[in-house]
Write a protein that binds this ligand. Structure first.
Ligand code: ACO
Length: 342
């Protein structure tokens, strides 16, 4: 279908609006695999329970001394190589993560040092699992406003460092990894068509890590009470995730003047296969048009959609001219959606 122009084009500066394209992607996952069978030796669970409820078969676990910025840097260098961009030509590095190397400085600063992107400004994006698409939106705004030309957006997580390995409700879900994208203005129609980000702070208490911040600083007692680990009300998260991701998808489709039939590939947040099936059903997009890799990696939060995008790109699953819908959801609550003409 020929795309109809948007009825509500975004406001922009007096300068010509620029099309923003993803010109390179990259990813990295640690070598160590933790299978469902391995988890049965750690908590009272089974391969069947995990597979049926989540679709996850295994996840990757970073080495003890492997940090979020180590993984982020490897994904970033892959993306820069594909984009044929030198690290020193990057203007801005955004790292989306819920597991920064430290509370400060920003993990993006560690990445800057590791990849020698000496001319970049660096900041982290805190939007939990939705962070990578928040990063894409921020990158787009900086590029369309002519503030920056080349932006590196990374989603990276070492969730195994904040996992409570005695809590079967959560420890089976998460894994480690990183994905990255290089964004630039490139002439022509191809690029980011429509974006949406949103949040609902009324639900800060259904998916969170209570310890480690100013409200509940790190003390021996707090650590003993497992407060520096992920806390989640699974059923409520499930409900909110489906509603938010369906609404966010509909919003960018409408803004882009597209229908669900036009979408060649959906790259959703990789949390849970049942969530993805529910979204496919409500959007009336066949499940085989969704890119799914959560069986291999579990939920890698901000890294998930970034790794999936790189895999879909490198495997030829998404092709030049395809309309690609990315949609994510995370703690906060936060959600985001983006349609790209690839
Ligand atoms: N193995 C075996 N049994 C388990 C496990 C496990 N790993 N975990 C929980 N159970 C048990 C529970 O204790 C409960 O037992 P009970 O009935 O005796 O009390 C039973 O299984 C059912 O538990 P529920 O929590 O009701 O299971 P549910 O069907 O809701 O599935 C799940 C849990 C998979 C977490 C689901 O709620 C879900 O998918 N939620 C979305 C959460 C999510 O994806 N979070 C990721 C982070 S958010 C994000 O990235 C968007």
């Amino acid at each position: 279908m020929k795309r109809q122009p948007r009825s509500n084009p975004r406001p922009h500066s007096g300068k010509t609006r620029r099309t923003v394209s993803i010109i390179g992607t990259g990813s990295y996952v640690p070598e160590k695999r933790l299978t469902n069978a391995d988890l049965t030796k750690m908590v009272d669970t089974s391969d069947e329970w995990i597979t049926v409820r989540t679709g996850i078969k295994e996840r990757r676990v970073a080495a003890k001394d492997e940090t979020t910025s180590d993984m982020a840097s490897k994904a970033a260098l892959n993306a820069l190589e594909q984009a044929k961009v030198k690290p020193e030509d990057v203007d801005l590095i955004l790292v989306a993560t819920a597991t920064p190397d430290m509370l400060f400085p920003a993990t993006a600063c560690f990445v800057q040092k590791k990849i020698a992107a000496k001319n970049a400004a660096c900041l982290d994006v805190s939007a939990a699992c939705a962070g990578f698409l928040f990063g894409i939106e921020i990158a787009q705004q900086f590029i369309t406003s002519h503030t920056h030309d080349t932006v590196l957006v990374i989603g990276a997580e070492k969730l195994t460092s904040i996992t409570n390995w005695t809590d079967r409700n959560t420890c089976v879900l998460f894994g480690d990894g990183a994905g990255a994208a290089v964004l630039q203005h490139r002439g022509g129609a191809h690029g980011v068509i429509s974006t949406h980000i949103g949040s609902d702070g009324r639900f800060t208490d259904i998916l969170f890590m209570p310890g480690g911040g100013s409200r509940c600083p790190i003390t021996r007692d707090n650590v003993d009470m497992n407060l520096a680990t992920i806390h989640m009300t699974g059923k409520e998260v499930y409900k909110q995730a489906v509603t938010a991701m369906v609404n966010a998808s509909r919003k960018v489709l409408a803004d882009a003047g597209l229908t669900a039939d036009d979408i060649a590939c959906v790259i959703p947040h990789q949390a849970n296969l049942r969530i993805i099936e529910a979204i496919a059903d409500r959007l009336k997009i066949p499940l085989d048009r969704f890119y799914v890799n959560l069986d291999k990696y579990g939920n890698t939060s901000a890294a998930a959609v970034a790794i999936a995008l790189d895999e879909a790109n490198c495997s030829g699953r998404i092709k030049h001219g395809d309309y690609v819908l990315m949609v994510v959801f995370g703690g906060g609550l936060t959600w985001a959606s983006t349609i790209i003409e690839w």
